[in-house]
Design a protein around this ligand. Structure first.
Ligand code: BGC
Length: 274
């Protein structure tokens, strides 16, 4: 529910891929803190509507926009709709992503391309649109701002697989590794504009993307062996970290990746080995 501390009151936040999983939790979390949220989905309108309904029933504000982030014209239309409705943009959470798993020897070009298109090109298209919007808001401002704080924040949804190699998922790992350098490079380029760009890298979070693993007791136990903290993450664990990176509390943080993974990147196999 809307809490007493509305950290994002009247801010406008786009969360791509917010019809389910981590994106949905982010959208609801921002709305609960007073933001106007653009809930984006690519194919499942019903799930997108569920996210928006939850926001509205909590007393929050938002709109639902269909757009495939890998298609330039759809991304541009989503940003136009956002500005038409709310007049500005404060935060982009570039979250939309997917897996098309396959052993490398059998991976098709289509499986490779789809993952790169959505997970990496989608970041390019949405981040570019957000950065252009932030810059134009400053150029078109009626009076100069005296604030030292960031004029716009971008958070990219990466994964522990931006540093952990992942056999059977090379398209996904390559896309996430790509996000790391994309994020750092645009952060370096956009910082002089006072735009902050950072990523979060979740480990195993209980969402539809890895249901096959956490819903099978044997696979679930194997998974816990990879997590020193011995629990699977929740979408809210990630949403809270995203909100911190989007807030002025992290105003001096640029080009960083925050791992939200219960220690998965600590090489847990070495705890009693090596
Ligand atoms: C993947 C999940 C996986 C997790 C840890 C995530 O990026 O989407 O399927 O469980 O990484 O391996």
């Amino acid at each position: 529910m809307i809490g007493p501390e509305l950290k994002f009151k009247d801010q406008v936040v786009i969360v791509t891929g917010s019809s389910s999983g981590i994106g949905k939790a982010c959208a609801i979390h921002f709305a609960n803190q007073g933001a106007h949220v653009v809930v984006n989905y690519s194919s499942n309108a019903e799930e997108g509507q569920n996210t928006l309904d939850e926001i509205l029933s909590n007393g929050g504000s938002g709109i639902l926009v269909k757009a495939d982030v890998s298609r330039e014209e759809e991304v541009l239309a989503m940003f136009r709709e956002t500005i038409n409705k709310f007049g500005k943009l404060d935060v982009l959470v570039s979250n939309a992503g997917l897996q098309k798993d396959s052993p490398f020897l059998e991976m098709t070009l289509q499986q490779w391309q789809k993952v790169i298109d959505v997970n990496l090109t989608g970041m390019f298209l949405t981040c570019r649109a957000a950065a252009r919007q932030f810059v134009s808001q400053v150029e078109n401002a009626t009076e100069p701002s005296h604030s030292e704080l960031s004029i716009g924040k971008i958070i990219l949804m990466s994964s522990v697989h931006d540093v952990i190699p992942w056999a059977g998922h090379v398209n996904y790992a390559a896309s996430k590794g790509g996000i790391m350098m994309f994020m750092k490079s645009i952060s370096q380029e956009l910082a002089p504009h006072k735009i902050r760009v950072n990523s979060v890298s979740p480990g195993a979070i209980k969402t539809p993307i890895n249901k096959e693993v956490w819903s099978d007791p044997n696979k679930y136990n194997d998974l816990l062996n990879l997590i020193p903290y011995k629990r699977i993450g929740t979408p809210q664990d990630v949403a809270k970290a995203v909100a911190w990176l989007a807030s002025d509390d992290s105003d001096y943080v640029n080009g960083e990746t925050l791992y939200i993974d219960g220690g998965m990147t600590l090489y847990p196999e070495f705890a009693d080995n090596g």
